[in-house]
Design a protein around this ligand. Structure first.
Ligand code: SAM
Length: 307
């Protein structure tokens, strides 16, 4: 296992396999737009995953853009699963999950996070400019049914948009055997202008206070940015608060890859990427590629505060 200059072990890799998306969340921190023709092939993704395994990565998450838009998503998943990582997961908007859940399970996927900010069709339309509430619900239910365990719902909480809906979403999750993960809105370079943040940022500390009062048990997830998990009323809520959170950075064990094959040491920075794809396509050896991983790991500095 490799460690960065701040004694943080690097054990997880988030591979963005496309920038394309079929919904348009207005707050999305997507990493620029690259044309489809520059996306990594399944073979290239597999090679990168093998190198990642060699340097001690234990967990892979496929993301995007919307990963299920790739027609070869089952092939990609199966190639990665065959490398025996401790965990292979996907983050998806859930719109195509009903169609793919069983095939992905069969291909070796362990679990899935579904981004779903609201049950209200009007609010959903406002956030995503689309009408997929029922598709997403069906996708979530199907994922549970085929045993992609645990299924988690990612809900970005936004002021006066869905902050009053957290308990309804929690009820939906409990009813369907799903864990709710509430996420504080993040301001990133690639987000829209500052107004969006001022308008919609909601301090989820307010919800955490309520959770603390109601919970029968609270756990902190080491190696997962010290996220808190609250157990209450027969269900589970996890809280993700990255903004200005030095603990979040201190406990970050993740490296990322952009859809065109650049190692990205931090979600919030684009000035320290390391290109893997050009060398890989030029026939670089495993040792050279491992060296590039090391370089990216050494480029890691905490975005918020010092470790
Ligand atoms: N298309 C997939 C999906 O919808 O899950 C994967 C990509 S999406 C960018 C990954 C996650 O990032 C989603 O859960 C989304 O809600 C979250 N996200 C995007 N922009 C964000 C922001 N500004 N603040 C907090 N979370 C954000």
């Amino acid at each position: 296992m490799k460690t960065d200059n701040f004694q943080r072990p690097i054990i997880s890799l988030r591979i963005s396999i496309t920038n394309r998306c079929n919904i348009q969340c207005f707050y999305c921190h997507h990493d620029g737009i690259i044309p489809k023709k520059y996306e990594m092939t399944p073979q290239e993704i597999e090679r990168i995953a093998k190198i990642a395994k060699n340097i001690g990565i234990e967990k892979i998450r496929l993301s995007g853009g919307e990963p299920l838009l790739r027609k070869d998503i089952v092939d990609i998943t199966s190639r990665i699963s065959s490398l025996n990582f401790k965990d292979v997961a996907i983050t998806t908007n859930g719109t195509l999950l009903e169609k793919y859940a069983a095939q992905l399970k069969e291909a070796g996927l362990n679990r899935v996070n579904v981004s779903f900010d609201t049950l209200n069709p009007e609010t959903y339309r406002f956030i995503t400019k689309s009408n997929y509430v029922d598709h997403v619900k069906k996708g979530i239910i199907k994922a549970v049914e085929v045993g992609l365990y645990p299924v988690k719902v990612n809900m970005v909480v936004m002021r006066d948009l869905n902050h009053n809906e957290v308990w309804d979403m929690f009820q939906f999750c409990k009813d369907n055997g799903v864990i709710l993960q509430i996420i504080e809105l993040l301001k990133a370079e690639s987000c829209p202008d500052d107004d969006f943040f001022d308008d919609y940022h909601y301090d989820i500390g307010i919800i955490e206070d309520e959770l603390t009062k109601k919970a029968t048990n609270i756990k902190t997830r080491a190696f997962m940015q010290d996220r808190k998990k609250y157990f209450l009323e027969g269900g589970e809520i996890e809280v993700v608060r990255p903004m200005d959170n030095t603990e979040f950075c201190k406990n970050c064990t993740r490296l990322r890859i952009t859809p065109d094959g650049k190692l990205k040491p931090c979600l919030l920075r684009n000035d320290n990427l390391v290109d893997l794809m050009e060398p890989l396509r030029q026939g670089a050896s495993d040792e050279t590629l491992e060296g590039l991983f090391t370089q990216a790991i050494l480029n890691r500095t905490p975005f918020y505060g010092k470790c």
